[in-house]
Structures are given as structure tokens and as C-alpha cells.
Design a protein around this ligand. Structure first.
Ligand SMILES: NC(=O)C1=CN([C@@H]2O[C@H](COP(=O)(O)OP(=O)(O)OC[C@H]3O[C@@H](n4cnc5c(N)ncnc54)[C@H](O)[C@@H]3O)[C@@H](O)[C@H]2O)C=CC1
Ligand SMILES: O=C(CO)COP(=O)(O)O
Length: 359
């Protein structure tokens, strides 16, 4: 990565020797647009890669993302391209906001043009079939690059509206953590650091499962006691799973863990929550996905995590219950009542380990 940094948007009154960081965002959906806007507002020379040339042209002309975020005007300095080489060559930082199912394909497309750029995943999912996290895919496809993952409570529409938020950059590289902070941090957007890439990434991916559950709960008008129990047991379950894969449990106390869990499980802006709500209101999964028309990673993550939990022998009662409701057509209320009868278990197993086998 080139050694270029910017602390704030340069103004004519304060000439700066620093050159704006060159940032490219891959992916023209909700989150790619929101993060490109954050970077551009922050003074970075920011480019968005949109694969459809007609849409790239329309966005350049109208400064709106008509399909995903029609109510917002994007920063005037943001530029758009459908030329992948132009998008990524000679840039400092490449932020990848491509759904997990296409993440590897896009990395393969940019590979010939990558030299010193740092690659940062914004994606909160797990690759179908392989169970690879996005950091695994970056290491596999671009083994020489400096990389990181960005995750936190960052609902795209709130970011576009300029509502203050915080996020986490996790990377083994201090230079990447610093560069991402320089590129994105502002009075409206705090960027915290972590080195536990796997923990941060799993926090972002796993919370989508529970957002579906909480959306479904909302359709049944569950009370605050129930919501709080579900949210906290979700945290227990996701940290248990992540620790089994090598993550640090304390990462789940941070913004990428409990922070994102709270945001996504509470907000009707979350697409995963919307899917759960629609299912709870009686729609089929196919109907709910079609009505949404956007990415809801949780739908695949439920299947993947349930299968992996079985292989690893990790107790994941909420994920398994949700799988039974969504994929096996079991009655939600019966399944929820069965969850309530799962025996006497530890509240925080990192304090009091469970000694009895999971029932
Ligand atoms: N929307 C949000 O509030 C947040 C989303 N995320 C994560 O960001 C990732 C992307 O989500 P969104 O932008 O919201 O999804 P989206 O459904 O709004 O948009 C996905 C975009 O990716 C593009 N795309 C898909 N396959 C492609 C390919 N092969 N080549 C080029 N472009 C391709 C689509 O054309 C579309 O523009 C997901 O993993 C999501 O979990 C993370 C934080 C917040
Ligand atoms: O991850 C998110 C907020 O941090 C957004 O989640 P959804 O993909 O459910 O909209």
C-alpha cells in the first residue's frame, strides 16, 4: 500500500501537503454506496465500481442510487465506473461490498491489477458451500496483499443520512488499520481497531441469523423481556461458535459483536430483520426474498452455520430452531416453546462452564 494519508478534508484556507487517499468501493448496492459516500465526504478521492455501465452512467449523472437508496443524494465528488481495471489500479484502499456469494469471483477479476493496494472486506457473510470467511477468500485469492475487515452497527440508510455511527477495522496490519481510520473516520463516523479478524468478521456474519429471528419475534409482538433474552442468548451462541473457530470471546463485547447485534436485531432497516418479519407475517421464504429485492446474508448463513455447528459439535439452539422453522416448515410457536425448555444451563459459560451435555 502506498504511504499516503489524509487527516481531514482539505479546505482552500488550509492548504495541505497531504494527498487525498485514493479509495475504490466495489459493489453498487446499499452498503457500497453508503461507505463510498462516507469516504468521499471525508475528502478521499473515491471511485465506485458498478458492473452495469448504464447504471454507472446514471449514477454519475444523477448522483443517486435509484435502485437501493433512491432518497439520498451522493457526495458531489464521488465518481463511478464500470471499468474494473480503472476502478482498482493505482488506488490505496479497495473496499469490497459485494455479497458473499460473488466475493471470490470479483477478487479474481481484480487480481491482475492488484499491486500495493490494501483490500478491506465490508461483507457480512460466509461463502456458500466452502464456509470461507471473506478474509479467507482474500488470503486465498490475493495472498500478497495487506487486508482487513470492517464491521459494526452500520445500517446503510443511517450512514447516508449522516447519523453518527462507529465501526471496527480488524487487520493484522497496523498500516491497514491506520489507513482505514484515516480514510473513513470523521466527526460522524468513529473507527475503532481490533486484530481479531475472525471474531470481528464472524460477529458481522452471525448476527444476521438472529436479526431474522428478532424480525420474526416482532411479527409475534414478543415483549421486551423475551427480546432481551433472545438477544443475550444470541450473543452467547455466536461467541461460543466463534471461539470454537479460534476467535477471542472478548471481541463480542465490542461494536462488531454486541454493537451490531443490537442494531441489526432492533431495526426495521435491517434486511435480515425484514425477512424475519415477513416470514412471521406468513410469507414464504421465496416471497419474502423476492419482496426484499436486496441481499439478506442471514438466509444462507443459517444453513451454513447449522451445518458447521453439527460438524464441530457446537451447541447452537437458536440457529437450529430457526432452521427448522424456515427450512423444515416447523411451527414457530412450538419451536419457540421447545427452546424455553432447554434445561438448566450457564448464563455466561466463559465464567461458569457448562458441565451437563446440551439437551
Ligand atoms: N446494507 C447495509 O446496511 C449493510 C450491508 N453490509 C454487507 O454488505 C454486503 C453487501 O450488501 P449490500 O450492499 O447491502 O447489498 P445489496 O443487495 O444492496 O447490493 C449488492 C450489490 O452487489 C452487486 N454485485 C453482486 N454481485 C456482483 C458481481 N459479481 N460483480 C459486481 N457487483 C456485484 C450488485 O449489483 C449490487 O449492487 C453484504 O454482505 C451485507 O451483509 C454490511 C453492513 C451494512
Ligand atoms: O449489517 C447491517 C448493519 O450493521 C445491516 O444488516 P442487513 O444486511 O440485515 O441490512
Amino acid at each position: 500500500m502506498t504511504d499516503i494519508a489524509i487527516e481531514k478534508k482539505p479546505s482552500p484556507e488550509t492548504p495541505s501537503l497531504k494527498v487525498p487517499m485514493r479509495v475504490t468501493v466495489l459493489g453498487g448496492g446499499s452498503f457500497g454506496t453508503a461507505m463510498a459516500n462516507v469516504a468521499s465526504r471525508n475528502g478521499c478521492d473515491t471511485r465506485m465500481f458498478i458492473r452495469d455501465p448504464a447504471i454507472a452512467k446514471e449514477m454519475q449523472e444523477t448522483r443517486r442510487n435509484q435502485r437501493y437508496l433512491p432518497d439520498f443524494v451522493m457526495d458531489e465528488n464521488l465518481s463511478f465506473t464500470s471499468d474494473i481495471e480503472y476502478a482498482v489500479r493505482d488506488r490505496d484502499l479497495i473496499l469490497v461490498a459485494i455479497p458473499s456469494s460473488s466475493f471470490r469471483e470479483v477478487l479474481r477479476q481484480i487480481a491482475p491489477f492488484i499491486s500495493g493496494q490494501a483490500i478491506v472486506s465490508l461483507t457480512k457473510g460466509i461463502e456458500p458451500d466452502s464456509f470461507a470467511l471473506m478474509s479467507d477468500i482474500i488470503r486465498e485469492e490475493l495472498p500478497q496483499v495487506a487486508y482487513g475487515v470492517l464491521s459494526g452497527p452500520n445500517l446503510a440508510k443511517e450512514l447516508m443520512a449522516g447519523i453518527p455511527a462507529g465501526t471496527v477495522i480488524a487487520s493484522p496490519s497496523e498500516a491497514v488499520r491506520f489507513a482505514v481510520h484515516q480514510a473513513l473516520a470523521s466527526a460522524l463516523f468513529r473507527v475503532f481497531a481490533n486484530t481479531d479478524v475472525q471474531g470481528v468478521e464472524l460477529g458481522g456474519a452471525l448476527k444476521n441469523i438472529y436479526a431474522v429471528a428478532m424480525g420474526m419475534g416482532a411479527a409475534y409482538h414478543v415483549g421486551e423481556n423475551t427480546r432481551s433474552m433472545l438477544l443475550t442468548r444470541a450473543l452467547a451462541e455466536m461467541s461460543r461458535f466463534a471461539v470454537r473457530l479460534g476467535a477471542n470471546p472478548l471481541t463480542f463485547l465490542g461494536l462488531s459483536g454486541v454493537g451490531d447485534l443490537i442494531a441489526t436485531c432492533s431495526s426495521p432497516l435491517s434486511r435480515n430483520y425484514q425477512i424475519g418479519l415477513a416470514l412471521g407475517q406468513g410469507k414464504t421464504l421465496a416471497e419474502a426474498v423476492e419482496a426484499l429485492g436486496q441481499t439478506a446474508e442471514g438466509i444462507n448463513t443459517i444453513r451454513q452455520v447449522r451445518a458447521q455447528a453439527e460438524i464441530l459439535d457446537v451447541y447452537m439452539p437458536i440457529t437450529c430452531a430457526l432452521y427448522e422453522v424456515i427450512y423444515e416448515g416447523k411451527p414457530p410457536l412450538g419451536i419457540a416453546l421447545a427452546l424455553m425448555q432447554n434445561g438448566h444451563r450457564s448464563d455466561v459459560e466463559f465464567v461458569l462452564p457448562n458441565t451437563t451435555p446440551a439437551s
